[in-house]
Design a protein around this ligand. Sequence first.
Ligand SMILES: C[S@@+](CC[C@H](N)C(=O)[O-])C[C@H]1O[C@@H](n2cnc3c(N)ncnc32)[C@H](O)[C@@H]1O
Length: 218
Amino acid sequence: MTQPPLKLPDSGPSSHALPDGRLVAPSAERNAAPIFERLAEYVPDHGMVLELASGTGQHIAALAGMYPDVAWQPSDASDERMDSINAWRAHTGADNLRDPVLLNASKPWPDFPDFRLAYVVNLFHLIPQQDVVAVIRGAAGALATGGHFFIYGPFRTDGTFRSEGDARFHASLTAQNPLIGYKDLEWVEAELCAAGLSIVAVHELPANNLVIVAQKPA
Ligand SMILES: C[S@@+](CC[C@H](N)C(=O)[O-])C[C@H]1O[C@@H](n2cnc3c(N)ncnc32)[C@H](O)[C@@H]1O
């Protein structure tokens, strides 16, 4: 059965569209600077980078401008998101920002050229556990040896929420779909290892978010 769209803090009128079709999500504006600061440690000096669940496309459009020697590949499972990503692409005019691809990352992945970095922002808490496993396996298969998988979002640690607000957000998600919600950091780490990746770092980011970084062994 198809699930209705999730109600998220930014899915209401607080997400707005610019006249040229670019969608702007306030959460993506807020978290961009701390994410970009951390991501900088893992952006290769050349080659391809894949963004999963690009959403509006505003993150990858900014990154393509910051790193012109890297090819940036946006993707999302939603056909509707392609329009906004394309509008951001047209707005930046960056040659190194590829056409977005429709990619449900929890389904079998197409053959991609090897990525030196794959990153995902705010997806894992929105999909069921078995879909997270599929995303991790897909990313592990698409990475070049030595490539990194960078995962940003809210997580529990050993079943404990990092704040009251996180517990409330998780409850609001499971009320909409009992299969989704926050994942345990330790479980994600174990799945990354089971997919053949090694854990490189776990970073604390503002608003109780974490970044988990794994690497495909050389
Ligand atoms: C909360 S938004 C995050 C978007 C963007 N990363 C950001 O930080 O603004 C979640 C996005 O995940 C996409 N999505 C949901 N399930 C997906 C899946 N299985 N594979 C790829 N994208 C997915 C949705 O279409 C939506 O654009």
